[in-house]
Design a binder for this molecule. Sequence first.
Ligand code: ARG
Length: 464
Amino acid sequence: MSSEKTNQSWGGRFSEPVDAFVARFTASVDFDKRLYRHDILGSQAHARMLTQAGVLSEAERDAIVAGLEEIRGEIEAGTFEWRVDLEDVHMNIEARLTERLGVVGKKLHTGRSRNDQVATDIRLWLRDEIDAILVELNRLQAGLLQLAEAEADTIMPGFTHLQTAQPVTFGHHLLAWFEMLSRDHERLVDCRKRVNRMPLGSAALAGTTYPIQRQVTCELLGFEAIGGNSLDGVSDRDFAIEFCAAASLAMMHLSRCSEELVLWTSAQFQFIDLPDRFCTGSSIMPQKKNPDVPELVRGKTGRVFGALTGLLTLMKGQPLAYNKDNQEDKEPLFDAADTLRDSLRAFADMVPAIKPKREIMREAARRGFSTATDLADYLVRKGLPFRDCHEIVGHAVKYGVDSGKDLAEMSLDELRRFSDQIEQDVFAVLTLEGSVNARDHIGGTAPAQVRAAVQRGRALLAQR
Ligand code: ARG
């Protein structure tokens, strides 16, 4: 480590080397080196553009492009020596290029600043991350459709206030998860559009005096648009915040799904089984099989919310244009992207392996008077006002609680004590199947609607 020298990239106006601790304190290379691939892509595009602009010769361009390619090889082979005294990924790579090429390497940074370079790198990196996240999200959603189709007829209790409310189909419940994730997909796709705008060419803050051709780098790097203001280009990080906001919502959804999986695998519910490979045991209680994967996803949600809050706070007081504060954008952003991607991956692997215990689910729906609303609706169809029906059924439920009988277990005579409008045909509506089949409209829980929703979901995935 050559902290004895002044920094070779900006040391000209300095008369003493930077303090060794300050060098470490201000360096970002330990974490921003993961941007190396995108840094190299950006530099290669910049060099190509400089040749078109008449700033670099073709030979210089070729040497730079090939030199950067070899540096990429060194980094990937693990032979590249990262130096903290060179502060960040950008200066490490540039210094190595100059070491290899001599004076030509020093020409790469013409018409550019680390300020527009880093903003470009993060956007290129995040664009790729979003694409990888969308792959996992798709995989998870496809798995949900498959399971929902298989469980279209499976009856479970639906809950409000975590109290048994009305019977639903398990397929319908899974499709609620699908729906949440569809909105997460939309948000990420939308966020990607604003990530995919190019700050390169903003230079330090005001643009550059060289005849740069920003449409050339824009096209080479696959950006959708060129950032329209250089001050904004180097300083704005709202795209990263927006990503963390979308990631937070997606994690919030995964966390809710996790909570349900934890409940459902408990001895109290026993609605599903998770294969052993997604669980761990206890070192002291031999009977335990803990749903670690969903618990961990639920727990990791906090990190992503933290990244969002951290980045909002990082930006809120910053004057234009670039400030060193911005170096703090990377770790939360990296962590949020890693966490979301890993959590989606875990869920995509786990969901198709969920084994529902259909009899137990059904039994739970049968208990708890889950067809009480159906009885009220039945009386409405016989001509009574809904409020009166609600009252009548309330009395029937009270009787059921006292006598330990569910509505469907009562005799016709017993039921007629509460209303003489009740006839033999009531038993059809008091069954679980009758209850779910009756909710036969778009978005309803009837098995036929679940199958239709699965088809709509498949069409949605196919057009992505
Ligand atoms: N490592 C810096 C960052 O992450 C790169 C840009 C530094 N620019 C500067 N003028 N100090 O933001």
